[in-house]
Design a binder for this molecule. Sequence first.
Ligand SMILES: Nc1nc2c(c(=O)[nH]1)N(C=O)[C@@H](CNc1ccc(C(=O)N[C@@H](CCC(=O)O)C(=O)O)cc1)CN2
Ligand SMILES: Nc1ncnc2c1ncn2[C@@H]1O[C@H](COP(=O)(O)OP(=O)(O)OP(=O)(O)O)[C@@H](O)[C@H]1O
Length: 186
Amino acid sequence: MTDDATSRAKAELRPQLLATRHALCAARDRSADNHAVATLARRLVEDLGLAAGSTVAAYEAMRTEPPTAATIDALAAHGIRVIVPITLPDNDLDWCVAEDERRMPLGPDAISTAGLVLVPGLAADRSGVRLGRGGGSYDRALARRGTDARVLVVLHPGELLDAALPADDFDQPVDGVLTADGVTLL
Ligand SMILES: Nc1nc2c(c(=O)[nH]1)N(C=O)[C@@H](CNc1ccc(C(=O)N[C@@H](CCC(=O)O)C(=O)O)cc1)CN2
Ligand SMILES: Nc1ncnc2c1ncn2[C@@H]1O[C@H](COP(=O)(O)OP(=O)(O)OP(=O)(O)O)[C@@H](O)[C@H]1O
């Protein structure tokens, strides 16, 4: 059940976090971040023992999100099958292979094959609560992940908050945060 006070608190926070993100983003070197995130993601994949042929779920970053293009390219170059979301009309997520120009939908359950799931978000707190854009897309998609999947939210440095974020029962916690500055497991 969605608690009204919690969803109001989330709705109030989103524009504040987006404003902070715009300011943070303007001060970042996007090209350097693109490569730093890719290097960290590759190391993570190695540490998790995900060999060529393994699947990683990622996403194509929007303008003010930390860049993920180099990550997708680097993982694909190492033989990882990178899948990215296709948003369905009800905000649930289907998936396609990032390199597939035809974007053939693999079905919402494709996330269950991923050993690592990189998710977008506006912020996370130290207990792994993540605040997204409010569609509940990843709450639904992450419920279908495999039991061994590691879930990391990709954020700008400074978006891992010490203050607790509001959380609903259906919120899927993340295992850690990946920023251009490093990986923090929670
Ligand atoms: N890159 C990315 N892909 C994603 C998500 C996400 O958060 N980031 N989603 C997570 O659930 C789903 C799509 N949900 C979305 C919900 C809202 C907006 C949105 O408000 N977009 C702004 C542009 C903001 C910007 O450029 O930073 C807009 O359209 O005005 C976009 C996607 C699946 N794919
Ligand atoms: N398992 C689910 N099935 C259907 N709807 C869900 C489910 N989980 C969450 N929702 C709906 O999604 C909406 C938004 O949830 P929430 O505010 O937590 O989004 P978010 O995690 O910030 O966004 P996103 O996951 O898209 O980045 C809520 O109205 C909630 O009812």
